[in-house]
Design a protein. Structure first.
Length: 192
């Protein structure tokens, strides 16, 4: 995982989000290679938690920066939010799927395709624009905000939770805390 600037490094938001993408794709590889159903289920739950944290942090801090600083940023953000919504729908299906069912790995592969597409779009197009239009200090500051948001974000897709900035800044952190309490009580691990 990337270190934030508060740890004395110069990691910016692009580094952090790119590292997240790599971690997600690596987790998918682990799910596909996992020998047992229980391990596949645990890894899938961890992946879902990581994707949720990443998506919430992007919507809270990165997308407003894209809208404010990148030409045609509003259109880019609308496109990205639609992709997030599709990914969340897919993760809800994966969460309900039995790891022993053949459909489980099909959903994992579908999720891999969607995440890879989304990551490629961001890394090849949007991230370079962020670096071009936003000063480095602000990108480092955005990175710190993203890391904090990821710690508070919901760890599972919630059917009634709108992916709106207002939700994530008010109710979102509370949902994340409820998730972590439930995780602790049920002994379920969803990452740090």
């Amino acid at each position: 995982m990337s270190d934030t600037n508060s740890a004395g490094t110069n990691v910016d938001v692009v580094d952090i989000l790119t590292s997240d993408h790599q971690d997600m794709i690596a987790l998918i590889g682990q799910i596909k290679a996992a020998p047992g159903e229980s391990e596949r289920r645990d890894l899938a739950d961890t992946l879902i938690a990581e994707v949720m944290r990443h998506a919430v942090a992007e919507e809270m801090y990165v997308y407003p920066a894209v809208e404010d600083h990148v030409p045609d940023g509003h259109d880019e953000v609308e496109h990205d939010k639609k992709e997030h919504a599709e990914i969340v729908k897919l993760m809800k299906r994966l969460e309900k799927s039995d790891a022993s069912d053949a459909a489980f790995l099909e959903l994992v592969q579908e999720l891999e395709a969607q995440l890879s597409h989304h990551a490629k779009d961001e890394e090849s197009d949007q991230f370079p624009k962020l670096r071009l239009h936003i000063p480095r200090e602000k990108l480092v500051d955005l990175g710190e905000k993203v890391e904090k948001a990821k710690k508070l974000a919901p760890t599972r897709p919630h059917p009634s939770a709108p992916h709106a900035e207002l939700f994530h800044k008010t109710i979102g952190p509370g949902v994340g805390m409820v998730d972590r309490i439930l995780d602790k009580l049920t002994g379920r691990h969803t990452g740090s």
